[in-house]
Design a protein around this ligand. Structure first.
Ligand code: NAD
Ligand code: G6P
Ligand code: MN
Length: 441
């Protein structure tokens, strides 16, 4: 079997060690000859890289490992680019979350004004990485987690329509794992799903087991009571803010009991609730810095100090499995059915063919084939038309440097109450993002 060469872009990401562990776990079916890390922050990357170097030396010394900030070195001789960069890092995520809250508008990494601000930062960096990949490894695939995936996907559709980039999200996978646990199944892979929507904006319309039995009624019964909290009696399944999101899915589900919702819909359907339950001085970015970032870097430093990763405490989860499954599907033609963010092109019959939608696809060495969804209900269609217009306007604004278009994007977001509030938020975001956004006229 051919051995692949992988570069992880955003080498300094908190998710990088998980992906390395998962790659090591799958070597039998997805063999690897080389892993490289690439980041534009040498210092941050070095800590993660040095610890992973020790881990790889101990567990798979035959795999060549290197890390760099030099694009030519990073993108030469690779089959896959696994991208998860965060332009502006957590410091800017914190701004995205806190600035809208000044005006009682929710601040979120990928939704509403925060997601729009982040999109304006990400587009240029992703396009630059696609160009590096196409220059130095023209046959490679980029598997992209970098957020906001919806806006990034639309930007790549507009600006690099022929590029081999596949945008993905781990949220449906994470929710499906919860559904499987609710049903008492060993794995989400025992379920076959129909799902449609935009990224962080979608619904399950059908879920069956391998014998074709409908699993929706049992899941719905649980979600109607507890949302996606698997074990309501457990003191706390996950971090409090995520627990609240999983519980709130109960109310999101109630709005349309024909389908099962993505948790992110809470930001669009219950923005007032979200604002009320957010501390404007301590948002999710603060939590992540205090927990995940701190922990991952502490584990990395410990490995470096001890000179061994024998008792390594890094963790790999659904996020890591999903991107490795996707690379494996392309490398070894598994024809796995996976949710991807792709150009609609008629898959959703009564929706804009140029929209980037999240739907099931069959993945193999030729890329992906889309599963036909057919017609979607008016409620979903209406919501999606508004949201996809926000995403398209952001990309328009980035391309043309238009203040007007970006103001329209913010105004159209269901999370923003009026054009005047949109303008105030926009003006603050422009100041905060001066180092990252194109100049708007
Ligand atoms: P992080 O800040 O820990 O890591 C991101 C890394 O990207 C940093 O080391 C940073 O220096 C680097 N970076 C920033 N700009 C860069 C550029 N232009 N070129 C190269 N490297 C650059 O962030 P994290 O919390 O680990 O998340 C990483 C990314 O993955 C984020 O975009 C996050 O939103 C995304 N993510 C997406 C999903 C999904 O469902 N699509 C799931 C989880 C995380
Ligand atoms: C889910 C989403 C990602 C998002 C992440 C945020 O995994 O699918 O797109 O980046 O949540 O999680 P965090 O722990 O960083 O708030
Ligand atoms: Mn996501």
């Amino acid at each position: 079997m051919k051995k692949s060469s992988v570069v992880i872009a955003g080498g300094g990401s908190t998710f990088t060690p998980g992906i390395v562990l998962m790659l090591l776990d799958h070597l039998e079916r997805f063999p690897i000859r080389q892993i490289k890390f690439y980041d534009n922050d040498a210092k941050r990357q070095e800590i993660i890289a040095k610890s992973c170097e020790i881990l790889l030396r101990e567990r798979a010394p035959e795999i060549a490992f290197s890390y760099t900030t030099d694009p030519e070195q990073a993108f030469t001789d690779v089959d896959f680019v696994m991208a998860h960069i965060r332009v502006g890092k957590y410091a800017m995520r914190e701004q995205d979350e806190k600035i809208p809250m000044r005006y009682n508008v929710l601040g979120q990494e990928t939704c509403g004004p925060g997601g729009i601000a982040y999109g304006m930062r990400s587009i240029g960096a992703i396009i630059e990485m696609i160009d590096f990949m196409e220059k130095y490894s023209p046959n490679a695939w980029m598997l992209n987690y970098s957020n906001p995936a919806a806006i990034v996907a639309e930007a790549t559709r507009r600006l690099r329509p022929k590029s081999k980039i596949i945008n993905i999200c781990d949220m449906p996978v994470g929710i499906e794992e919860r559904m499987a646990a609710i049903l008492g199944l060993k794995s989400r892979k025992e379920m076959q799903v129909m799902y449609y929507g935009l990224n962080h904006f979608g619904w399950w319309s059908d879920i069956r087991d391998s014998a074709g039995r409908d699993l929706m009624p049992r899941i719905k019964e649980h979600v109607a009571k507890y949302g996606y909290v698997v074990n309501p009696k457990a003191h706390q399944e996950t971090e409090p803010s995520w627990n609240d999101t999983y519980a709130k899915a109960k109310d999101v589900y109630a709005v349309d009991p024909d389908t099962l919702p993505n948790t992110y819909l809470k930001y669009y359907l219950f923005p007032d609730y979200v604002v009320k339950h957010t501390d404007p001085n301590h948002t999710r970015a603060n939590e992540v810095m205090e927990h995940r970032e701190k922990n991952v870097f502490a584990i990395a430093r410990e490995i470096i100090e001890k000179g061994t990763a024998k008792e390594c405490k890094f963790e790999a989860d659904a996020h890591a499995t999903y991107i490795v499954d996707l690379a494996d599907a392309i490398a070894t033609n598994t024809k796995a059915r996976m949710l991807l963010i792709v150009e609609n092109g008629g898959a959703i019959e009564n929706f804009d063919p140029t929209a980037m939608v999240e739907i099931p696809c069959i993945v193999g060495s030729n890329g992906y084939e889309k599963v036909c969804i057919g017609r979607i209900p008016q409620f979903q269609k209406g919501l999606m038309e508004q949201q996809v217009s926000v995403e398209k306007l952001v990309v328009e604004a980035w391309i043309s440097g238009s203040y007007q278009k970006l103001w329209q994007a913010l105004t159209l977001s269901k999370t923003v109450p009026s054009a005047s509030v949109a303008k105030q938020i926009l003006d603050d975001l422009i100041v905060a993002n001066r180092a990252y956004w194109p100049e708007l006229k």
